[in-house]
Design a protein around this ligand. Sequence first.
Ligand code: GDP
Ligand code: MG
Length: 367
Amino acid sequence: PQGATVAQLAELLGVPANDIIKRLFLLGNPLTLTESMSDDLIELVADDLGRDVKVMTKEEENSFTFYDDPKDLKPRPPVVTVMGHVDHGKTSLLDAIRHTGVAEGEAGGITQAIGASQVKINGRTITFIDTPGHETFTAMRARGAKVTDIVILIVAADDGVMPQTVESINHAKAAGVPIVVAVNKIDKPGADPTRVRQELTEYGIIPEEWGGQNMFVDISAKKHIGIDNLLEAVLLEADVLELKANPDTFASGNVLEAKLDRGRGSVATVLVTRGTLHVGDALVAGMAYGRVRAMLDPKGNPVETAGPSDPVEILGLQSVPMAGDEFRVFQDDRDARDLADQRALKARIEEQNRVKHVTLENLFDTM
Ligand code: GDP
Ligand code: MG
């Protein structure tokens, strides 16, 4: 925790700074406006002023821990990220997969409205996060968020293991996420799927058929060969993971991406990881607060609810959260607002603490 100066605490509590200085004096801790207070002192003074303040550690603030009774847990769809070297076919594969969903007779077009998609195969759903794989993955992991259950590592059979292939493997391994390998471009004359398998053994990715842990599926994203096999492999991997979540509680999850849209205001794509999100819910995402005004599914259709592993675009936040931010629905609107305010203030305090010479003027400038 960074602590706060007397002036900052005064702003946080909405009381005159002099009141705080007085209390501090009476507590035997004379401090001036710009001096920092310890967390304990902050809590003590706030308590003295009849306010309940708890200084959260970064961990406490960034990750809510929820408890679910095992009997409330229900199976949820796997969340999958496609990673691989540039031009090895990530975009083509996601296009092919979306096409699969449509071929199965789902309503709606193949136009993708948000940075995530869902496909149904054999009556089961798979969620794909298709925002720029590496950046999202890295941003999420840096913030302690785990939004991927399975990584599809795509490797072009005519090119083999390349630097970003290795990077992807490292990301997946660091996150402890199982890897299903899609050996792509098998339609090409120079394709050598066996060579890809051999090369990957050097990185500990060993095909099941060679006694290893990883499923390999030969595909052509362009010619739509092997796509169903790949999706079935993903479902098999998901079965092993026994993915579950409690759908019958207030929603929480992560922001996948967010932006300010001219006409619609703050627009955030979120992945629900627990509970069910409803239109009208009060939520906090990072420092952003708001009520869900509308929700769109990956095809751009309005929906009223979104459950575990569902990606949705939400409208109604009053500011723009960051990719990787955790979101959480509150029963009480005021609690949501308070948390967002506290976080915003804390961020400003941290920003100020980075400024070397804090004068009284620039302190209030940045507040
Ligand atoms: P990304 O950079 O990983 O997203 O790769 P893209 O999906 O953009 O594909 C890069 C290039 O490879 C494009 O010209 C695709 O048409 C081509 N490509 C992708 N998959 C296949 C495939 O299965 N076979 C062939 N022949 N070309 C492919
Ligand atoms: Mg691409």
